[in-house]
Design a protein around this ligand. Structure first.
Ligand SMILES: O=P(O)(O)OC[C@H]1O[C@H](OP(=O)(O)OP(=O)(O)O)[C@H](O)[C@@H]1O
Ligand code: HPA
Ligand SMILES: [Mg+2]
Length: 184
């Protein structure tokens, strides 16, 4: 299967958001972010690897200067959150006095982001907010205060546009739900 084109896997997914729907929503979020951070420096912190596509498109939609940095944290094995968050790669940037906007692909249980927000807040930033493309309200286990949400989605495993199952499907332009028999 790995040698076949990624579209061959599309029969395993149900479409949820098209490329166009994603880009339209990101543009709306960008307008909000531009207004809210007017006159203030802004540091975008992307969470590897899932947020790569959101960061690329959201940051280019912003009509202003931003800095971009990355963290890699991991809590997932397969389709289940382990609840234990590890830093795999830390920021290169000192957060002292900075306005930080975390850019994420998805908030599922909230374990990753609740941990990450607390971690970044301990570094003396002026502010820490979250922008996520997707959120699963029914899956939330830890409360997370999210300022910018693209779409609230049902509690099913989704792939595409950065989101993976077993490191695959990240390069799909659209987002779909993965057929349950693939991972159960
Ligand atoms: O709200 P939660 O239940 O904590 O889940 C959300 C997190 O899980 C995914 O990352 P993952 O750990 O799979 O790493 P990846 O981005 O490299 O795929 C996703 O990108 C979020 O960071
Ligand atoms: O639904 C999901 N899909 C892919 N990765 C994820 N990480 C948390 N939730 C998800
Ligand atoms: Mg993942």
């Amino acid at each position: 299967m790995d040698t076949e084109r990624v579209e061959a896997d599309l029969d395993l997914t149900q479409p949820l958001f098209s490329e166009e729907q994603i880009q339209t929503r990101l543009a709306e979020m960008a307008r909000q972010i531009e207004a809210d951070y007017e006159g203030r420096d802004l540091l975008l912190v992307g969470v590897l690897k899932g947020a790569v596509m959101v960061m690329a498109d959201l940051s280019r939609e912003l009509d202003r200067h931003v800095e971009i940095d990355w963290m890699a944290v991991s809590s997932y094995a397969g389709t289940k959150s382990s609840g234990v968050v590890r830093i795999l790669k830390d920021l290169d940037t000192d957060l002292d006095g900075r306005h930080v906007l975390i850019v994420e692909d998805i908030i599922d249980t909230g374990l990753t982001l609740s941990w990450l927000v607390a971690n970044l807040k301990s570094r003396g930033p002026a502010s820490v907010e979250i922008a996520t493309l997707l959120r699963k309200p029914e899956a939330l286990e830890m409360p997370v205060d999210v300022k910018y949400v693209g779409f609230d989605i049902p509690n099913a495993f989704v792939v595409g546009y950065g989101l993976d199952y077993d490191e695959k499907y990240r390069n799909l332009r659209s987002i779909g739900t993965l057929a349950e028999h693939v991972y159960s």
